[in-house]
Design a protein around this ligand. Structure first.
Ligand code: 8DG
Length: 141
């Protein structure tokens, strides 16, 4: 049954995202800008995996584009994932943890950034796919 649903809707949408963790154990989230779907919600930096990219390569690219920071695949530790319907597509959200990068994150493609303690993620308005990831992340950090 699942295979039939997926073939009707096309392949799932693979999105790769990261919990950047600073020296105080806080996590960076960014606010989705007004022109985007789910505008105003807080999310982990990242984006769609493009054709020919690994999730890690896509994430290194997204972090450069969205935050102006540099990291490498070796600094991305797979953490957990979410599987959620977006309506017309099915989202697979791959969440990594990263503690090592160069540069200072800037909101190059979002309405704003903030560093929050993992427990405080529960109080943020985040996309539905992110909700089950919060507890998993808390247990990992
Ligand atoms: N980066 C990121 N995307 C997320 C998270 N949670 C979540 O549902 N998403 C969804 C939102 C988008 O549908 C998709 C990421 O797409 P994107 O960031 O590359 O592109 P976009 O905002 O222009 O997406 P869209 O407006 O076309 O939906 O994954 C998250 O924590 N981080």
């Amino acid at each position: 049954m699942t295979a039939i649903i997926l073939s009707q809707a096309g392949l799932p949408l693979f999105v790769t995202a990261v919990a950047l963790v600073d020296a105080d154990g806080r996590v960076l989230v960014q606010q989705r800008s007004a022109h985007r779907s789910m505008a105003g919600l807080w999310e982990f930096p990242g984006g769609k995996v493009e054709d020919g990219e690994t999730p890690e390569v896509a994430l290194v690219r997204e972090l450069r584009e969205e935050l102006g920071i540099e990291t490498s695949s070796a600094c991305l530790a797979p953490a957990c994932f979410a599987s959620e319907s977006l309506g017309d597509r099915h989202l697979i959200l791959l969440l990594y943890v990263c503690r090592k990068w160069s540069g200072t994150p800037r909101p190059l493609d979002s309405a704003g950034l903030k560093w929050v303690r993992p427990v405080d993620l529960h109080g943020l308005e985040m996309p539905p796919a992110d909700k089950p990831l919060i507890g998993l992340l808390e247990a990992l950090l």
